[in-house]
Design a binder for this molecule. Structure first.
Ligand SMILES: NC(=O)C1=CN([C@@H]2O[C@H](COP(=O)(O)OP(=O)(O)OC[C@H]3O[C@@H](n4cnc5c(N)ncnc54)[C@H](O)[C@@H]3O)[C@@H](O)[C@H]2O)C=CC1
Ligand SMILES: O=C(O)C1=NCCCC1
Length: 312
């Protein structure tokens, strides 16, 4: 009988995962994914079912790296008064040889950090030179992880936030130590911004092309259903659109499907040097989230956990 899986808690993940380790490994994995070599990465578009709002399975196999993994996730409309986050997730690491589960890892910090890290990679590749102003639309979990990584690896003169209620934007600004300007409208937040991150649960556009400074970079993280939007048609048609996965974007992104916009390239294509990074143009990175991002993060966590626990 296989050994019982280890359980790695959210606090342990938080202490074991660092952006400086995660980002280069994610870049490597995104590049491998875009080469479509099945010995490097097999990662089907996640399967989702709607009956309980959103239930997703995100399997990934990376043969050359010896990783077999899946994330299980539920995305709920946050209930008033509930302390639970709207995205609930767990990452399972399996032994690639036998299929037994080796580790059950809390997915909340992994989901926050790997999503923000992917957006940061998009900004590294696509934001204008000398970007000074960052605007964040939304003030929940992803807003926090995005603020953390964007201020860790870039230097902005100004960070702005807009959210559905002024109170939630102010809570976010307090959490960030007051270094964030709270804006009364999405338009106020994004006018003149060089980099814009949309991390809302909106199902209708909250970001309009007419507000955007030409050449700005947008990391669009919400709107993960085929009939949900965060960005309007004007922006989708004006921008050069990049995605994490073309297949994922075409199957799941309302911003792409409903606007009819073409996905120009994947981030991995830029990293492989097979597609250009149009830094000089207005760009959108449409992020849907990929199983390989969870797999890379979970492997880092599990390797560190084993190293730490074999010493004691
Ligand atoms: N692309 C990816 O890899 C991932 C995407 N997501 C998506 O990112 C988004 C944010 O996720 P979390 O921060 O975890 O959620 P959250 O529930 O913690 O925060 C959501 C934020 O959106 C705001 N909001 C809700 N409805 C809105 C509306 N109609 N208009 C404007 N703002 C609205 C809320 O006030 C809150 O500030 C969600 O859409 C989620 O599905 C989450 C994880 C990974
Ligand atoms: O990749 C993920 O994780 C998610 N993607 C879209 C919605 C919730 C979580």
């Amino acid at each position: 009988m296989a050994a019982a899986p280890v359980v790695i808690s959210q606090d342990e993940v938080r202490s074991l995962l660092r952006y400086r380790d995660l980002i280069p490994r994610l870049e490597d994995a995104l590049a491998k994914f875009s080469r479509r070599d099945s010995a490097d990465v097999i990662q089907p578009v996640r399967s989702t079912s709607d009956p309980i709002q959103y239930f997703g399975l995100m399997p990934t196999y990376m043969e050359n790296d010896g990783v077999l993994c899946t994330k299980v996730l539920c995305f709920y409309k946050r209930q008033a008064g509930s302390a639970l986050p709207s995205v609930q997730s767990t990452v399972l690491i399996l032994d690639p040889e036998y299929g037994n589960v080796q580790a059950v890892i809390d997915g909340e910090v992994i989901t926050g950090m790997r999503t923000a890290a992917a957006s940061a990679i998009s900004a590294k590749l696509l934001m204008p030179a000398r970007a000074e102003v960052l605007a964040i639309l939304g003030s929940g979990h992803q807003a926090r992880s995005h603020y953390s990584v964007f201020t860790e690896i870039f230097t902005f003169k100004e960070v702005r936030v807009w959210s559905q209620t002024r109170a939630s934007a102010e809570r976010f600004s307090d959490w960030a130590g007051g270094a964030v300007r709270v804006c009364g409208s999405a338009e106020e937040a994004v006018r003149g911004a060089d980099v814009i991150v949309t991390v809302t649960r909106a199902t209708e556009p909250v970001l309009l092309g007419q507000w955007i400074k030409p050449g700005a970079h947008v990391a669009a993280v919400g709107a993960c259903r085929p009939d949900w939007r965060e960005l309007d048609d004007a922006l989708m048609k004006e921008a050069v659109v990049y995605a994490d996965s073309k297949e994922g974007a075409k199957a799941e992104s309302g911003d792409i499907i409903l606007s009819g916009a073409e996905v120009f390239a994947e981030l991995g294509d830029i990293l492989n040097g097979t597609s250009p990074a149009h830094r000089e143009k207005t760009t959108v990175f449409k992020s849907l989230g990929m199983g390989l991002e969870d797999a890379v993060s979970a492997k880092l966590v599990f390797d560190r956990w084993r190293a730490k626990n074999s010493q004691t």
